[in-house]
Design a protein around this ligand. Sequence first.
Ligand code: SF4
Ligand code: SF4
Ligand code: SF4
Length: 315
Amino acid sequence: MNEITRQLRERAKQLLQEGTVDCVIGYAQGSVPMQEQPFFAYTPEEADKLVWTGFCTNNLANFLIKRSGKNAVVAQGCVSRNIVGLIKENQVQRENVYILGVHSPGMIDAHKVQNHFPGKTIVQVEEDGKDIVVQGMDFEERLPRKKFKRDNCFTCTHRNAVLYDEFIGEEGPQTGGGKIDNVAAPWEKLDSDQRWEAFEQTFKDCIRCYACRNVCPLCYCDVCFVDENNPQWVGKSLHEPDVYTFHILRAFHCAGRCTDCGACESACPVGIKMRRLTSKIEKDIRQLYGYQPGLDLETPAPLSLYQPNDPDVAE
Ligand code: SF4
Ligand code: SF4
Ligand code: SF4
């Protein structure tokens, strides 16, 4: 058991024992390798199932929406930024959430690890310092952790929780070292035909399972636009125009709100890189408005702000 897991369990037990919170939302070991799952500890005994590993890829901010009682939640940088966003959007009350801040070393991309062993079944993956140790039915291999990190974790700018009630473990380096603009930039260099071709290539395998939407804390509408029947904004088929419309509209719904947490890409069963859209929008919002979502509770999100003296407001 790593030190953060140990401390997390200890604090979760105390918080539940003393009645500070009704539930601690964290992660438990998954039933398959590399898929830690969201876990709700309601009793001190259940707190013993909590873990903190490089496979904690679900965004737990998602589970705070419309929850009753007081909940503690484990939050690294991106998740804490989404919690800030949800508080600003009145989906979460600050007094009802107890944030157990953590530093994230960057999460591991299960798709990358699996792709390294094509056709083989992985039965166990363990972290060991800067390496991961992958075991299969008939093999064991040690791989450098850094090479298998998720793309968004390479370009992360806030690995420590930005808002918390207490911090578990030590704060660590804030950045992943990579530049997010290098993710978004390739789109800008293409002419419109090439850009469309690249877009089609990126999204052609989408099966519209909506896992990307369901894991995203930004998608909390009671009825998502893709599920509306009256009016029906977008067809429900796997025909290309329907699939592409879903992705383009969802990306715009995330504008100025997406923290680049990567949960959507981690959840996709077919490995779609939908951050190629959202990261470009993130860059535009940052450059046009100097705004990064979820860094504080005060600064209004640019696209939710009306100013009568805006030069673009019609007379
Ligand atoms: S985006 Fe940043 S804070 Fe979030 S999991 Fe990756 S490295 Fe950690
Ligand atoms: S998770 Fe992947 S396959 Fe499912 S709707 Fe999203 S992009 Fe499409
Ligand atoms: S769109 Fe994807 S990267 Fe952005 S907040 Fe939602 S799950 Fe995270």
